[in-house]
Design a protein around this ligand. Structure first.
Ligand SMILES: NC(=O)c1ccc[n+]([C@@H]2O[C@H](COP(=O)([O-])OP(=O)(O)OC[C@H]3O[C@@H](n4cnc5c(N)ncnc54)[C@H](O)[C@@H]3O)[C@@H](O)[C@H]2O)c1
Length: 254
C-alpha cells in the first residue's frame, strides 16, 4: 500500500483544532491529503502546527451551525487547494457536558447539543455536496459515539444526538450513492482528548467504567481513531457506504 493513499485529496475536518479532530486532521495530512481545519477557535494555529511538520493545511474559524460559515469552509478548501474530496464531521459538543439525570436537562441544553451534533453535521454534508460533485464524488465520515449503542446514562441529549448521526449516515449514504459520495461513521469509545481531560466530572464518572468494560485494557486516545477514519476516507473503502464502525478497544460489539 502507498504511504500516501490520500495524495491529491483535500479534506475538511470540522472541530479539528484540538483533541480527536486534530489527531484526525494530522492523520489525513500524513497520508497525503491537504487539510482544511475548521473550528470555533484555534483553527489557524492548529493548521500552522501541521504546516510546521511539512503537511499541507489551512485553518478557518467558523461555527458548523451557520450556513454561511459552512459555505466559507468549503470555499476555503476550493480556493486554497482546488477542491474538496473528504469531509470529517467531528465538531460536536461532548467534552464540555456536565453529566445529569435526563429529567434535569433543560430545553436549551437539548437544543444546543442537537443543533451542533446533528444539524451541524447535516449542514456540513449538504454544504460539501456541490464541491464533491465537481470532483466526481467524495467521502464523508461522521463521528458518532459508542454511547448511541450502549445508551449511557446522564447525557440523554448527547446519546440521542449521536444515535441521530448513525441514522443520518445511513439515510445520506442511500441518497448520495448516485453522486458517488460515500457516507460512513466512526463511533469512538471514551477517549482521553485534551478537552475531556479538562472536565473532571466526565473523567471521574466515565474513565474507570470505560476501562473496566473494554477488552483491550488501556485508556483510549485520539490517535486510536485515525486508522478507521482514514480507511473510510481512502481507496480501500471504495465500496463501503452507510456503515458505522465502533472503535472502542472492544467494549461494544456492533
Ligand atoms: N472524547 C470522547 O470520549 C468521545 C467519544 C465519542 C465521540 N466523541 C466525539 O468526537 C468528537 C470530538 O470530541 P473531543 O473529545 O475531541 O472533544 P470536544 O468536544 O472538545 O471536540 C469538539 C471540537 O469541536 C469544536 N466545536 C464545538 N462546537 C463547534 C461548532 N459549533 N462549530 C465548529 N466547531 C465546534 C470544539 O471547539 C472542539 O475543538 C465530538 O464529535 C465528540 O462527540 C468523543
Amino acid at each position: 500500500m502507498s504511504d500516501a493513499p490520500l495524495q491529491g485529496r483535500v479534506a475538511l475536518v470540522t472541530g479539528g483544532a484540538a483533541g480527536i479532530g486534530f489527531a484526525l486532521a494530522s492523520g489525513l495530512g500524513r497520508r497525503g491529503a491537504a487539510v482544511v481545519i475548521a473550528d470555533l477557535q484555534g483553527a489557524e494555529d492548529a493548521a500552522a502546527r501541521l504546516r510546521a511538520e511539512g503537511l499541507q493545511a489551512q485553518g478557518i474559524g467558523g461555527d458548523v451551525t451557520s450556513e454561511e460559515a459552512v459555505s466559507a469552509m468549503v470555499g476555503a478548501a476550493e480556493h486554497d487547494f482546488g477542491g474538496l474530496d473528504i469531509l470529517v464531521n467531528n465538531a460536536g459538543i461532548y467534552a464540555s457536558l456536565t453529566p445529569k439525570p435526563f429529567d434535569e436537562l433543560n430545553l436549551a441544553e437539548w437544543r444546543r447539543v442537537l443543533d451542533v451534533n446533528v444539524i451541524g453535521t447535516f449542514l456540513c454534508c449538504r454544504g460539501v455536496l456541490p464541491a464533491m460533485q465537481r470532483r466526481g464524488g467524495g467521502r464523508i465520515v461522521n463521528i458518532s459515539s459508542g454511547v448511541a449503542f450502549k445508551g449511557n446514562p446522564y447525557m440523554a441529549h448527547y446519546v440521542a444526538s449521536k444515535g441521530a448521526v448513525v441514522s443520518l449516515t445511513r439515510a445520506l449514504a442511500t441518497e448520495m450513492g448516485r453522486h458517488a459520495v460515500l457516507v460512513n461513521s466512526v463511533a469512538p469509545g471514551f477517549t482521553l482528548s485534551e478537552n475531556v481531560l479538562r472536565n473532571p466530572m466526565l473523567v471521574a464518572g466515565v474513565k474507570e467504567p470505560s476501562l473496566r468494560n473494554r477488552v483491550l485494557g488501556r485508556d483510549m486516545v485520539p490517535d486510536d481513531l485515525v486508522g478507521a477514519v482514514c480507511f473510510f476516507a481512502g481507496p480501500d473503502a471504495a465500496f463501503i457506504t452507510g456503515q458505522t464502525l465502533v472503535v472502542d478497544g472492544g467494549a461494544y460489539y456492533h
